[in-house]
Design a binder for this molecule. Structure first.
Ligand code: HEM
Length: 125
C-alpha cells in the first residue's frame, strides 16, 4: 500500500510532519496579519507565541505528537468580535497558503472542514 494512502497516513504526516505543518501555520498567520480585512485582529498579538500555540493545536488535532498548551477555542476568541466574514476571509488565507505549499485537494478539503467545524466557537464571541 502506498505511504500516501489517505486511509492510513495521518493528516499531520501527509502535510510533511513538523516542518511542513509549522510552515503552513506560519504562512497562514502571516497572511492573516497582512490581510487588510482582518489584520487588525492580530496587531497587538505576540505572533511568535500564537504561531507556536496554533501549531500545537493542529498537531494534536491531526495526528501529530504535540500537546496543546493554550486556552480552549471559545475562551481564546471571547471579546475579539470575529464576524462570519472575518472567518471566511481567514479561510481564504488558509487556502492560499495551502496552495502555495503544494497541498493536495483532499488535504485542503479536510482542513477547511476542520476549521468550519469550529466556527461556532470562534465567531462573535
Ligand atoms: C477555526 C478557526 C480558528 C482556530 C482553530 C484558531 C485557533 C487559535 C488558537 C489555538 C489560538 C491561541 C489560543 C491562546 O492564546 O490560548 C488563537 C488565538 C487567537 N485567534 Fe484564533 N483561531 C481560529 C480563527 C480565528 C479567526 C477567524 C481570527 C480572526 C480573524 C482569529 C484570531 C485570533 C487572535 C487575535 C488570537 C490571539 C488572542 C490573544 O492573544 O489573546 N482566530 N486562535
Amino acid at each position: 500500500m502506498a505511504v500516501t494512502d489517505t486511509q492510513n497516513t495521518s493528516l499531520y504526516d501527509r502535510l510533511g510532519g513538523e516542518p511542513g505543518v509549522r510552515k503552513i501555520v506560519n504562512d497562514v498567520l502571516n497572511r492573516n496579519l497582512n490581510n487588510p480585512l482582518i489584520g487588525h485582529h492580530f496587531r497587538h498579538v505576540n505572533m511568535e507565541k500564537l504561531m507556536q500555540l496554533v501549531f500545537e493545536f493542529f498537531s494534536m488535532g491531526i495526528g501529530g505528537p504535540h500537546t496543546y498548551t493554550g486556552r480552549d477555542m471559545r475562551t481564546a476568541h471571547t471579546g475579539l468580535h470575529i464576524s462570519e466574514n472575518d472567518f471566511l476571509e481567514a479561510n481564504k488565507d488558509t487556502l492560499l497558503a495551502l496552495e502555495e505549499n503544494g497541498v493536495g485537494q483532499a488535504e485542503k478539503d479536510e482542513i477547511i472542514a476542520i476549521l468550519d467545524s469550529m466556527k461556532g466557537e470562534v465567531i462573535s464571541q
